[in-house]
Design a protein around this ligand. Sequence first.
Ligand SMILES: [Zn+2]
Length: 114
Amino acid sequence: MHELSIVLSIVDAAEEQARKHEAKAVERIDLEIGNLAGVDEHALEFAWQVGVKNTMLEKANIEIHKVKGWAQCADCESEFEVKDLFDPCPICGEHLIKIMQGREMKIQSITLLN
Ligand SMILES: [Zn+2]
């Protein structure tokens, strides 16, 4: 499952931070997930419960910040919100669009418990 591997890499990164700062546990983790990142939020929450077992993140609160998909048309250069990677330009109908944001999937911040 794609989402579980995401969770495990988050756990790895957060535990590394926790060890570096000699923290007891991770209290909270803020994630930034683009609407175009291809991450299913429900699957992620389910994978989270499985992936954090017996880790320093077991009791951590997870906060997800969604990032809007935003693109620019390669033809008329207008910028617009996209909900899908294959959305055409709403102005001229061109399918060649450049994704500006919305594909990110990253840790925004980690709150440690000392
Ligand atoms: Zn256009």
